[in-house]
Design a protein around this ligand. Structure first.
Ligand code: HDE
Length: 761
């Protein structure tokens, strides 16, 4: 409850600007400094990073913990200077011949300032351009000793990490809640060098061979003529490609499911996708797939919510991550592995482990936990850290090796290649966020943005002039030695293995594993996306693909599009469903969920305050919604601060809503309403339309709704019966909250979604 309270208090401060709180302890900063009403003029040392940006192992000039602090490096001294350190008396006026000009070319400060500004942007990532990141720590459980020798997986070893989440298709400024795959890239600064696990929130990929990557991305990105639509797949070129290139079917189905619109980065699973190879201390090998399991549960938005948020708060996921960390509610994931014998066939129970369009169901190979990731600090500077971080699937440590997955092979080339353009040359490993925390002694020299001042004269081997330095490491010195995997003699061909031809069986497995509500969401998603396409041939071809997944899915989408339903072109496989793929029918923790408490001055403020405290005590976030901003006061009750006014609140921000109605006095219970209740925004006739809208949306999005003290009037105005599914009313506000919290454990009131007429199974 403590940390969550901080975030609520922060919300309360909105509008007050920076408060003097926290500044009083800073040397040289007058404690009496007013809260930004006027610009402070007394010189003082730069302000330190905010508490939520306190990285446990501060990045130094070397990336190690024993260098100077970040602040000293970048911002030193109290005075404004030029880039050359000359102190400046003014930055508001160009140097002119008299106050009315002309401006003089000799004004170095003007030229330097504008020149630098002109070059502030670097190319955005060609994919995954929009992202948000955080620092954290990974603690190994020590459960992998038999299969993997990587030092960071050993018991209780703490390794600093930096994690970047992203969408794939949109530009840097696009919205967070679009329907897309999400990136989940983790940089482990291990004692044996950097290990990057560059994964996604979907365990399969559109293509089986990296040579198709430019094709799928060109198809998914906006049309080259008008550059629309932004950050979405609901357009002709995407569906043109995936309907022709049917190995994309499985990934596309995941995108059309709730997994394509996560509720938060904190509630996403992550997957390494490819099969990797683990190597033990004795040299034994095991094939492996990596999984991240969020402690907060796996939750998604519903499509209408996602669309509304794109307009109302395009930074929804970014804000959620940063706020949670700032509040001290540190998001956590468990890293898990599925292991398979490293046989020459590289298959497991008939599943080709080199085919990245296939999963191995958890029911066949359980995910074994190997460590815990905790994100505990926000970046101090978005550009320096989140934008400049450079991940690479080839950043491996002893104990983790690659397989012959043809998609992985292309990635091993691509990441290094793209960083050269994006980060302006080959020295990007020297950017602080990319620096290993292990000692670096390479023989790479010179080039754009060379920061290091290398000593010696012999960056080559063998040498005697630098005393033979640096030396080779052996296995006992933690050298990275590629596993000597045998390669079978073969002819050079541009072909794929015959097992890669199966494009539908696992898409069907996914479909059959979904609950009825999840299937309806998938149908709605295909109907929406194809409904946005112009070409009838593309829609018809996609229906042919759907027919090979499931006849019910195909028929429902065809109906929605007003097109005939085609027959499957091949027999449907009888896949065994994998319950682990569904997000429904499980109970999740409620910590971190957001509860809107809708109220006004006429309600029982004491009850509102008690409920607010109980929400906090449950580790959830209460936000008070009232007709205007400010503070609610009433006789005999503590003042209650408003976080959202009716003008700024919208249902999509909340996981559940509580309505604090206006109590009707006993005398009035027999007759009409008293003046006080009549003035209530919740009991007035008509009820404030913004409340009605909020309730209707929350209801439509299957969120739990509770209320007390005649809240029924507002529910009625919204057309919601007090006995509707997932609606709880009563006179005991605490009991209402208990019931609502229990409902939140399922994330949504799933039965409220329209049930399909037939299961489709
Ligand atoms: Fe990436 N991918 N990718 N990708 N990818 C990039 O690297 C690429 C693939 C993933 O937060 C790029 O630095 C190829 C699969 C993430 O900075 C680029 C192929 C998976 C991120 C690139 C793939 C991913 C990227 C663009 C097909 C999940 C964001 C900028 C073989 C396992 C990392 C950059 C970040 C970024 C290439 C397929 C995940 C161009 C050629 C499969 C999370 O190098």
């Amino acid at each position: 409850p403590g940390p969550v309270k901080k975030i609520v208090d922060k919300v309360m401060d909105v509008g007050a600007g920076l408060t003097p709180a926290g500044r009083a302890d800073i040397p040289g900063v007058p404690a009496s400094m007013p809260p930004t009403v006027e610009e402070p003029v007394e010189p003082h040392t730069p302000l330190p990073a905010k508490p939520d940006q306190d990285v446990p192992t501060p990045l130094s000039a070397t990336g190690r913990t024993d260098g100077p602090s970040k602040t000293v490096r970048a911002q030193d001294g109290a005075f404004l200077t030029s880039a050359q350190g000359a102190r400046l008396p003014d930055t508001d006026h160009s140097l002119k011949a008299g106050p009315r000009g002309p401006v003089l070319l000799q004004d170095h400060h003007l030229r330097e300032k504008v020149m630098h500004f002109d070059h502030e942007r670097i190319p955005e990532r060609v994919v995954h351009a929009r992202g948000a990141a955080a620092h954290g720590v990974f603690r190994g459980y020590g459960t992998t000793a038999e299969v993997c020798k990587a030092a960071f997986l050993a018991k209780d070893v703490d390794t600093p990490v930096f994690v970047r989440f992203s969408t794939v298709l949109g530009s840097r400024g696009s919205a967070d809640t679009v329907r897309d795959t999400r990136g989940f890239a983790t940089k482990f600064y291990t004692s044996e060098g950097v290990f990057d696990l560059v994964g996604n929130n979907i365990p399969v990929f559109f293509i089986q061979d990296a040579i198709k990557f430019p094709d799928i991305i060109h198809a998914g990105k906006p049309h080259p003529d008008r550059e629309i639509p932004q950050a979405q797949s609901a357009h002709d070129t995407f569906w043109d490609f995936v309907s022709l290139h049917t190995e994309a079917t499985h990934h596309t189905l995941w995108n059309m499911s709730d997994r394509g619109i996560p509720r938060s980065f904190r509630t996403m699973e992550g997957f390494g996708v490819h099969t990797f190879r683990l190597v033990s201390a004795t040299g034994a090998t095991t094939l492996v797939k990596f999984h991240w399991k969020p402690k907060a549960g796996v939750h998604s938005l519903v499509w209408e919510e996602a669309q509304m948020i794109s307009g109302m708060d395009p930074d929804f996921h970014r804000r959620d991550l940063a706020d949670a960390i700032e509040a001290g509610a540190h998001p956590q994931w468990e890293l898990g592995i599925q292991t398979f014998p490293d046989t020459p066939e590289q298959t497991f129970q008939g599943i080709d482990l080199l085919d990245p369009t296939k999963i191995v169901p958890e029911e066949l190979a359980p995910v074994q936990p190997v460590g815990l990731l905790t994100l505990n600090a926000n970046p101090t500077n978005f550009f320096a850290e989140t934008e400049q971080v450079a991940f690479h699937v080839g950043h491996l440590v002893p104990g983790i090796d690659i397989t012959d997955d043809a998609l992985l092979a292309g990635r091993l080339f691509s990441y290094l290649d793209t960083q050269i353009t994006r980060l302006g040359g080959p020295n990007f490993p020297q950017i602080p966020i990319n620096r290993p925390h292990a000692a670096v002694n390479d023989m790479l020299r010179d080039g754009f943005h060379q920061d290091a001042v290398h000593t010696g004269v012999a960056p080559y081997k063998p040498n005697s002039l630098d005393g033979g330095c640096p030396f080779f490491a052996g296995a006992g010195d933690h050298a990275y030695i590629e596993h000597p995997t045998p390669i079978a003699a073969a002819a050079k061909v541009r072909e794929a293995s015959a097992s890669f031809d199966d494009h539908f069986s696992q898409a069907r497995l996914f479909w059959l594993s979904m609950s009825p509500a999840e299937r309806e969401h998938i149908i709605a998603a295909y109907t929406f996306e194809l409904g946005k396409c112009y070409e009838r041939a593309i829609k018809e071809r996609t229906l042919l693909v759907l027919a090979n997944i499931d006849p019910y899915l195909c028929r429902q989408v065809a109906q929605g599009l007003g097109l005939p339903t085609p027959e499957a072109s091949q027999p449907l496989t009888e896949a065994q469903p994998s319950p682990a793929l569904s997000q429904v029918s499980r109970t999740w923790p409620t910590a971190g969920r957001v509860i809107g408490i809708v109220t006004d001055g006429t309600c029982d403020l004491g009850a509102v305050d008690t409920v607010r405290r109980s929400v906090l005590a449950g580790g959830m976030v209460p936000l008070i919604v009232a007709p205007t901003g400010g503070t609610l006061t009433g006789e005999g009750a503590d003042p209650v601060t408003v976080q959202r006014s009716f003008a700024t609140a919208r249902s999509v921000e909340f996981d559940a809503l509580l309505l604090a109605g206006a109590p009707v006095p006993a005398a009035d219970a027999q007759g009409g309403r008293d003046a006080k209740a009549g003035a209530s925004a919740l009991a007035a006739t008509p009820v404030d339309p913004r409340i009605v809208l909020m309730l209707q949306e929350a209801y439509r999005h299957a969120k739990p709704i509770g209320g007390w003290d005649n809240a029924e009037a507002a529910l009625q105005a919204a057309g919601i019966g007090a006995d509707a599914l997932g609606v709880v009313t009563g006179s005991d506000s605490e009991a209402v909250l208990r019931d609502i919290t229990a409902l939140l454990g399922a994330h949504r009131v799933w039965d409220r979604f329209p049930a399909p007429s037939e299961s489709g199974a």
